[in-house]
Design a protein around this ligand. Sequence first.
Ligand code: SF4
Length: 386
Amino acid sequence: MGSPSLTGVNEQAGIPATVPALGVPGTGSAADAADAAEPAEERRRPALSPSRAADFKQCPLLYRFRAVDRLPEAPSPAALRGTLVHAVLERLFDLPAAERVPARAKALVGAVWAEIAAEAPELATAVAEELRERGTAAGPAGPAGPTDPPDPGETPQPGESVGSSEPVDPLPGWLASAEALLDTYFALEDPRSFEPQSRELLVETELGSGVPLRGYLDRLDVDAEGGLRIVDYKTGAAPREASEARALFQMKFYALALLELRGTVPEQLRLVYLGEGGEELTYRPEAGELRRFQRILEAIWAAIREADRTGDFRPRRGPGCAWCAHRALCPAWDGTPPPYPGWPELRAASTPAGSPASPPVSGPGSASVAGPAHGDAHGGEASSAA
Ligand code: SF4
């Protein structure tokens, strides 16, 4: 699998598609955070992704803002660090096995960051400014703060000191904190000892019921017997119960997609947490539970389409509002949302002639596996995922 292309920008995070897109909010994961975006993908057929499914469960209006309106969101420094680390881990396996050592990985941190700063200087500036603000002002983020709930890995890191009034350049410390996560990675596994089958793998399929699924796996390993192992990197610490459920939701999503695509239940779902000393969580799914999980996804998708039919994406206030980037537009916070723009695929009708066509999905049961067109936020999901 080749390196990701250098085109496109993460729609929500404004991150160059050079690097994995942000995944589920707060995880710093590719899959989670953010959904990879590239201009052509806006015209792609909407699909369900783990992040957007989680959004809808949390707050239908948040889902609308992200998946339908596709309002931009600035990433928090922690989320961007997650993207950076995911990109480094993806590229690490481009190196010959013997060269996959900490020093080479840390050298990639600077290289990938340089690409981000070159392709999206405004993003680099915004993150640097936020780091400086955090260095002089403690307290929870408000409407203009991070868009994602705090992840265990979002505790202050070098370069993110809270309460100091000394003006310092926070960037070196922030990059060092990314390198520290890589140290943890190397303590958990030796990348010289295996070859992944895929990295930043786009999994795209359609359930028999017609529900389209799309997402990116951080890594897919295949053992000598053909057993599949889905690996997802998390740049936070091992989760509390709620976060663990969310991570497991994401992994079951990918397992179900692979079951559809390859006709086999993955042997292992492996979550690699790089924060706070590191920890691995593994899970062995069964076909029966994945099919039950499929019914959950179908119910979520049905609810999404019903909300689209009525235009009724209701806000649901909760703890996550503290990190919502769209409070100013939210009726639950005395805001006014923009007029409902309609389902994204309807916008395809206005796509200029000659523009790239949406990838064909030929009906129930159709499926494809491909490398990402960008190199998203890890385990990330396509921006067009609904
Ligand atoms: S502020 Fe809260 S209720 Fe409003 S859209 Fe965001 S998450 Fe939903």
